[in-house]
Design a protein around this ligand. Sequence first.
Ligand SMILES: *[C@@H]1O[C@H](CO)[C@@H](O)[C@H](O)[C@H]1NC(C)=O
Ligand SMILES: *[C@@H]1O[C@H](CO)[C@@H](O)[C@H](O)[C@H]1NC(C)=O
Length: 253
Amino acid sequence: MRNLSCWLILLLHLQFIVPEKNCKKSQPVFAAHGETVTLQVTVVEAKQIKQIFWVTSRGVHIATSQPNNPLEIREEFYEGRLIAFSDGSLIIKDPKMEDSGIIKATIYLLDGEDCSETYNLTVFGKCENLEVHVSTGRNVTLNVKELNIAKVMWEGPRGVIFATTKPGGYIDPQESRYNERLAGSHDGSLTILKVSAPDQGIYRAFVFTPDGVGCVCVYTVSLAEGRSSTSSSITVCVMTGIVCGLAALISIY
Ligand SMILES: *[C@@H]1O[C@H](CO)[C@@H](O)[C@H](O)[C@H]1NC(C)=O
Ligand SMILES: *[C@@H]1O[C@H](CO)[C@@H](O)[C@H](O)[C@H]1NC(C)=O
């Protein structure tokens, strides 16, 4: 019996190491404390899925999901924090720093054409929620003032990373919708030029420090009537032993 479980553990490890057919390229997934994050199974139709094994890079089999069936949670650490969508996708509630890392979903299909998807989950501390009102046609700066920024990845209202900034004015725009309408700045902040209705919504700034992961700042951008306004706030966020002092300031020109 003991031998058997050893073999099972070995098998699970092998399963993780041996490259098998990927149903999709590995994808980065960013999450913040207190939110929920979905590891979405994207490539196969739910009706073809027999079951999905969710395994961490350390070879720990954390859960098994089956479309339209209850999720089986296999690790106490995840008890009460995991649920599954009807298609078998995994939802992690209140993600923790320790959840960060590669999670692999091995998808067993009815036709035997099994494949896997990997998710590179990074869990950030939570910094700030800010509301900002901007008049149509104005520029808006989403300002992140942290002393130790390596880079900031910006997620737009549609949940897609659309730009990366670095201190010194570096900007790497990644979505054509914002073509020619983005500017970086000396401190890593982002300016969106000539704001219009489709720019409204929730933006998230994922702040990376030189040591690794920092925190995420959330900006709710909405169009305001009349004159522009300015809001600012200062916040300190604490994460796993690292204290990052962060002053976030939004100003509208
Ligand atoms: C996973 O994401 C982290 C943070 O974004 C990155 O540093 C790391 O290189 C990624 N790992 C892999 C295997 O892609
Ligand atoms: C917005 O920024 C651009 C580029 O920096 C500048 O030329 C323009 O005058 C600004 N518009 C407003 C309304 O301040």
